[in-house]
Structures are given as C-alpha cells and as structure tokens.
Ligand binder design. Sequence first.
Ligand SMILES: [Zn+2]
Length: 82
Amino acid sequence: MYRKSRITWLINSFRDYQCGCGESELCALEWYPHHKKIRNLVYRNSAKSEARQEAITLMEECTPVCRNCASKLQYGLQPFVL
Ligand SMILES: [Zn+2]
C-alpha cells in the first residue's frame, strides 16, 4: 500500500491547472507524457527525497491533461490545441 499523503500530494499538484478541454477534476488529470514515471517517483519515495525533486522537475516539462485527452494524445489524435 502506498501512503495516502503521497497520493494526496500528487493529486494536489494539479490544483492550479485544468485540461485544455475544460476538465478540472483533479483526480481525472495526469502529467502528460511522463505521468507514470512521476507517479512512481512520488509514490515510492518520501517527500524529502531527491526523487520528489526529480518528479517536480519532470512536471515542469509536462502538460496537465485529463485521462480522456491523454488517451487521445497517445493515439496521435489532437484533443485540443496545446
Ligand atoms: Zn481533457
């Protein structure tokens, strides 16, 4: 089991963002295209670890999008103009 605080931290990382399609539900958002890597870094390491810093650096290179739009992006469709 992952710690709840880490899951909450990741969800809260979206609080100032919304998807280009208008979706602003935090738990529907992900960091495209590095979400899996960021999630693993955050869930598996403590808040004070270097991994958390690495996750924050990766987020700066990412765009927050909702799951619907992320799957469209993965299939090469344009859900909205980035
Ligand atoms: Zn969207």
